[in-house]
Ligand binder design. Structure first.
Ligand SMILES: [Zn+2]
Length: 106
């Protein structure tokens, strides 16, 4: 595999994509820094991530509480799958403007 920019030989590197099981194959040029994924393997990784997300996705409403606070129910199925009983301390983080992550335990 040759670099499309500088024609140097590119290295084949397996890359771990967050949320995917399969390692994606990438091609990296050591000379000019060109980087590309092999299409078949990156598509496979993307499909794995999508499948995971849809399996865990539940639509819920944010409820209004007193004093301008908001709340969200954790339904029974989610509580059971995470082994939550109520009273646990969790860590809430906001990685970007579209996600709210609740971390359980440390
Ligand atoms: Zn190059």
């Amino acid at each position: 595999m040759q670099c499309p920019k500088c024609n140097a030989r590119m290295r084949e590197v397996k890359v771990k994509i967050q949320g995917a099981e399969t390692l994606a194959t990438s091609y990296q040029c050591g000379k000019c820094g060109y980087f590309d994924f092999e299409e078949k393997s990156i598509n496979k990784a993307i499909n794995e991530i999508k499948a995971k997300e849809s399996a865990l996705k539940i639509k819920q409403k944010i409820i209004k509480l007193s004093h301008g606070r908001l709340g969200m129910y954790i339904n029974r199925d989610v509580a059971r799958s995470l082994n939550l009983k109520g009273g646990e301390e969790v860590y809430v983080s906001v990685p970007d403007k579209k996600h709210l992550v609740v971390g359980i335990g440390n």
